[in-house]
Design a binder for this molecule. Structure first.
Ligand code: AMP
Length: 472
C-alpha cells in the first residue's frame, strides 16, 4: 500500500449522544462546519434511525454535502458521529470519506478517525491471512473489522472496542456510534486533540473546542491520552484506560498551523500560543521595520505577538482571496505557484517603500514564501524580513500531518542562510525549538517533524511505506 492510499490525514471528528430524541444530526452538521478548517475534501454524518444505521457522505464542504432536506429528514435522533476529511494528493475519493460504517449481526457501528495508524500494514496482512475479506484500502476499515472480530469472540462492546484500540498504534482520536452508545478514544500519546462537552441532555466529543462553542455547549474536559470514554443513552459516562501507557506527545503543529485560534487544546489556548510564538520571534532577533505583517491566515496571530513585543505597528500586507482552495496539496510545483499568486495579492499602500517583517507559520517546500516575497518586491517593498513561527521542517510526520517526505523539505537541503537566499528575503529567522516548547513548559509535545525524534516507535516498514508512491 502506498502512502497515498493510507490514512494520513488531519481531519476533524465529532460525536453526540442524547437521552431524548433531538436534533443530533443538524447539531453534528453545525459542529463539522466549525471544524471545516481540519478538512475540506469530504464530509459525512452517521446516525441511527429506529435502530438502523444511516450514513450520508459526500465530496466537498459540509454545506455541499448536507442539504436542508436531509437535515430535516433526520431531524430527531439520539446519536450521531461526523467527520470532515483533509486529503493528501491522490487520495481524494468517496471511498475514503468517513464515518466508516459496518453492519453486522453482532454489532452495527459507525467510526470517525483523525490521525494515522502506524501498524495498519501489519494488521491488514494478519487479517487477510486469517481469511477476512477487506473492501477498501482505508485504515479505518481495519479498526471496524477488529471491533467486530472482538465482538464475535467476547459479545461485549466496550471490551471489543478497548481490545481493538489496544491493538492499533500511532495517532488516533476516534468517535464511534452504535445504536445505544457513543464511545470516544484518544491514542496513548494524545497526538491529536479530543474534547468532551455538554449541551442540555446531550454529551458530545469534538476535535476542537471551537465546535462546542459553535453549538453553545459547555466544555467538560479533554479526553486524556490513552482514555476510552463511553456514554450510554441514559447519559451515564464511564472511562477506561488503554494498555501500555506512553510518553505524551501532543502535536505541536496543531498550535503552529492546524487548529483554529479560538480553540483550547489540553488547557492551552491556540491563540495565546501563536501570540507567544510571535513575541519570542522578536526576542530571538530584534529587527527594525516599519510594519509587521502576517501571511493570512495562520501567520496573523504570531504577527500580532511580534507587533506587541516590538512596538512595531501591524499592517495588512496581503489580501487573501477567500474563494481559492488550498495551494499546499496541488500535485505539481507550477500549479502550486500559480495558486499562491491567485490566493494572495499585496496591498501596495502598505508595502511600497516600507521595511516589512513578514510572518508565516511554516516553510515546507518554500513555494509560498518565495512567491510572497517576489510579490512584495514587485509592489515596492524596501526590505522583507521573513519570520517563521515554527522551527525548520526537516523530517516526515508519521502521525497524521501532511508533510512531505524529507528529501522534498527545503530545510533538509539548505541551512537557514541558504533558504534565506532561495526565498529572496533580507533576513530569515525560525522559531527555536525551545521557544516552541515554551508555549506550555508543562506539556510534552511531539516535535518529530523538527527533530526526527518521535514519542512513538517509527519502524523501518513504516518509513518505507512513506517513501512509496508519493506524488506531491
Ligand atoms: P510551502 O509553500 O511548501 O513552503 O508550505 C508552507 C505554506 O503552506 C505555509 O504558508 C503554511 O501555512 C502552509 N502549510 C504548511 N503545512 C501545511 C499542511 N500540512 N497542510 C496545509 N498547509 C500547510
Amino acid at each position: 500500500m502506498t502512502r497515498n492510499e493510507k490514512l494520513h490525514e488531519e481531519c476533524g471528528v465529532f460525536g453526540i449522544i442524547s437521552t431524548k430524541p433531538t436534533a443530533v444530526v443538524p447539531l453534528t452538521a453545525s459542529a463539522l462546519l466549525a471544524l471545516q478548517h481540519r478538512g475540506q475534501e469530504s464530509a459525512g454524518i452517521a446516525t441511527f434511525v429506529d435502530g438502523t444505521l444511516k450514513t450520508k457522505k459526500g465530496m466537498g464542504l459540509v454545506t455541499d454535502v448536507f442539504s436542508s432536506d436531509y437535515l430535516e429528514f433526520v431531524a430527531n435522533a439520539k446519536i450521531a458521529v461526523g467527520h470532515v476529511r483533509y486529503s493528501t494528493t491522490g487520495s481524494c475519493n468517496l471511498e475514503n470519506a468517513q464515518p466508516i460504517e459496518t453492519v453486522h449481526s453482532k454489532v452495527s457501528l459507525a467510526l470517525a478517525h483523525n490521525g494515522n495508524l502506524t501498524n495498519s500494514a501489519q494488521i491488514r496482512r494478519e487479517l487477510i491471512q486469517s481469511g477476512m475479506v477487506l473492501h477498501t484500502t482505508n485504515d479505518t476499515e481495519i479498526v471496524n473489522i477488529l471491533i467486530v472480530k472482538n465482538m464475535i469472540e467476547t459479545g461485549d462492546l466496550e471490551s471489543a472496542i478497548v481490545g481493538a484500540m489496544n491493538f492499533i498504534e500511532g495517532a488516533f482520536s476516534i468517535v464511534i456510534a452504535t445504536k445505544d452508545k457513543l464511545i470516544a478514544v484518544r491514542d496513548r500519546n494524545g497526538f491529536r486533540p479530543l474534547c468532551m462537552g455538554r449541551l442540555g441532555d446531550s454529551i458530545m466529543f469534538a476535535s476542537e473546542t471551537c465546535a462546542l462553542d459553535a453549538l453553545g455547549a459547555e466544555f467538560v474536559r479533554d479526553v486524556a491520552p490513552g482514555e476510552v470514554v463511553s456514554v450510554d443513552l441514559k447519559g451515564n459516562v464511564s472511562s477506561r484506560m488503554l494498555e501500555r501507557a506512553s510518553k505524551s506527545g501532543l502535536c505541536s503543529f496543531e498550535f503552529i498551523y492546524f487548529a483554529r485560534p479560538d480553540s483550547v487544546i489540553d488547557g492551552i489556548s491556540v491563540y495565546e500560543a501563536r501570540v507567544n510564538m510571535g513575541r519570542a520571534l522578536y526576542r530571538q532577533r530584534p529587527t527594525e521595520a516599519d510594519y509587521v505583517c502576517g501571511v493570512p491566515d495562520s501567520g496573523m496571530q504570531a504577527a500580532y505577538g511580534y507587533s506587541m513585543e516590538s512596538g512595531i505597528p501591524m499592517a495588512p500586507a496581503f489580501v487573501k482571496n477567500k474563494y481559492v482552495g488550498r495551494s499546499f496539496i496541488l500535485p505539481d510545483q507550477v500549479k502550486r505557484e500559480n495558486a499562491v499568486d491567485v490566493k494572495l495579492n499585496p496591498i501596495k499602500a502598505t508595502v511600497e517603500g516600507k521595511r516589512l517583517i513578514i510572518i508565516d507559520d511554516s516553510i515546507v517546500r518554500a513555494t509560498t514564501s518565495t512567491r510572497t516575497i517576489k510579490m512584495l518586491r514587485r509592489a515596492g517593498a524596501k526590505e522583507v524580513h521573513m519570520r517563521i513561527s515554527a522551527p525548520p521542517f526537516r523530517y516526515e510526520c508519521f502521525f497524521g500531518v501532511d508533510i512531505d517526505r524529507r528529501d522534498k523539505l527545503v530545510a533538509n537541503k539548505y541551512d537557514v542562510d541558504g533558504i534565506c537566499k532561495l526565498i529572496g528575503a533580507d533576513s530569515l529567522e525560525y522559531l527555536s525549538l525551545d521557544n516552541l516548547k515554551a508555549i506550555s513548559p508543562s506539556t510534552s509535545f511531539c516535535t518529530g517533524c523538527f527533530t526526527g525524534d518521535y514519542p512513538a516507535p517509527v519502524t523501518p516498514t513504516l518509513k518505507n511505506s512513506f517513501d512509496d508512491g508519493i506524488s506531491n
